[in-house]
Design a protein around this ligand. Structure first.
Ligand code: ADP
Length: 397
């Protein structure tokens, strides 16, 4: 009689199939090219799927060598219990990441690895499988171990250097003291009269010996600081007493130059719990520098209550410091200007020692300066410093 034809447009279905195929292809490629080993297991940890990297990592040649086996077969015996606990965690938390295990290859070789795992859920949200990603961290561990060894070796070398410097400076100081002592005796005429030329030469010898002695003392201080051999001796101190002592102890050097001095304490300052002798070294160094680098004008030393501590300011009207050198002056042996352009004596260690001492005291130092119109050094020390944070001054950057 004839035919009945029913036709249906399946363009949409075909398109959906293509999209699905493409999406599957994309995920397969992602899994296969992943640098991590990817393993899919059921809830009993039976392996259902592995990627190429997993085969290589566990030393297998074919997928069949892994499929159907328990994932626990590849976990070192001592880590099995932890792995079981972690599996429980995956179920409750949904996943775990970067857990370190010792895993086993097919031939029993052990290797350190990092595992991240997630639970896969069905449409109703019930867990139905686990997906685990494993990364071999042997190289990472080795690098960390090598780095640690290198750090320990560097620290040992640094300690040896500090010990050497400390011993050497100590040994050098003795003969120099003899040179200085006899030089002074000669200059004072205790050992007979000298001609003008001889006195001039002797003065040069004595000045250089004094410079050398200062340098050696500074190197000795630095090596002690770096070796952590300057323990803190904390006391309660009144700021006014501290400044009075500094004033007296710097008088001789200050009197030598024609400058005016202002000492100000703003308000009633609470006592400080600090190491006064170290704080004095810091402030005396700054005052000595201010005197050294100021031709005329005024030097002001101020103290005021500030941010839970005391701020000391040493302000001069001296030559100033170029902006690009402000950070550098705290580095060891750094001096601005050359030997010929700047005849002021120094070791270039003063501010480095200041910085390290302040780190020990839990304090800070900052500087503002304008070339030609003076510098302001601000030292802040806490009212109370927890010394337990300073077991060794080596912790100072
Ligand atoms: P030194 O004074 O022995 O050279 P420091 O470490 O104390 O070493 O100082 C480093 C450099 O910082 C000095 O050589 C100087 O150039 C600069 N400097 C320090 N204090 C001042 C200051 N108050 N005014 C100008 N320059 C300064």
């Amino acid at each position: 009689m004839g035919f009945v034809g029913i036709s249906r447009d399946i363009t949409e279905r075909k398109r959906a199939e293509v999209v699905l195929r493409e999406s599957e292809e994309l995920y397969r490629t992602l899994v296969e090219t992943s640098p991590d080993a990817i393993t899919l297991t059921d809830l009993d940890f039976t392996i259902l799927m592995v990627n190429r990297r997993a085969l290589a990592l566990y030393g297998c040649e074919r997928v069949e060598e892994m499929l159907g086996r328990s994932a626990f077969a590849f976990v070192a015996p001592e880590d099995q219990q932890r792995a079981t606990a972690n599996a429980q965690q995956i179920l409750t938390l949904g996943g775990v990441s970067n857990i370190e295990y010792t895993l086993l290859k097919q031939d029993g070789t052990r290797f350190p690895a990092e595992l991240s795992a997630t639970a896969i859920r069905d449409a109703e949200g019930k867990p139905k499988a686990f997906i685990g990603m494993v990364r071999d961290i042997t190289a990472c561990k080795q690098a960390a171990e090598e780095l640690l060894q290198a750090k320990e070796a560097a620290e040992a070398a640094n300690r040896a250097k500090s010990e050497f410097l400390s011993t050497m400076s100590h040994e050098l100081r003795t003969p120099i003291s003899v040179i200085l002592g006899y030089g002074s005796l000669l200059l004072e005429g205790m050992l007979g009269g000298l001609s003008e030329k001889q006195t001039h030469s002797l003065r040069l010898i004595n000045n250089s010996a004094k410079e050398l002695c200062d340098l050696i003392t500074a190197v000795l201080d630095v090596s002690r600081l770096e070796a952590g051999r300057l323990p803190l001796e904390m006391h309660m101190v009144e700021v006014s007493t501290l400044l009075e002592e500094i004033k007296a102890e710097t008088e001789a050097e200050r009197e030598r130059v024609d400058l005016t001095y202002t000492w100000t304490i703003q308000g009633d300052l609470p006592p400080l719990h600090t190491d006064p002798s170290k704080l004095k070294i810091v402030l005396k160094n700054l005052i000595r520098n201010a005197v050294k680098f100021t031709e005329e004008g005024n030097i002001t030393v101020e103290a005021q209550d500030c941010r839970g501590g005391i701020e000391f300011r040493v302000v001069d009207t001296g030559i100033g410091i170029p902006a690009e050198a402000l950070e550098l002056i705290f580095e060891p042996f750094l001096r601005i200007g050359t030997v010929t352009s700047d005849q002021r004596k120094g070791t270039g260690l003063g501010l480095y020692i200041v910085k390290r001492l302040l780190a020990l005291l839990g304090g800070t130092i900052t500087v503002e300066s304008k070339l030609g119109s003076g510098s302001t050094f601000r030292v802040w020390v806490p009212r109370e410093h927890s010394t337990s944070l300073n077991v060794s001054s080596n912790a100072v950057p």
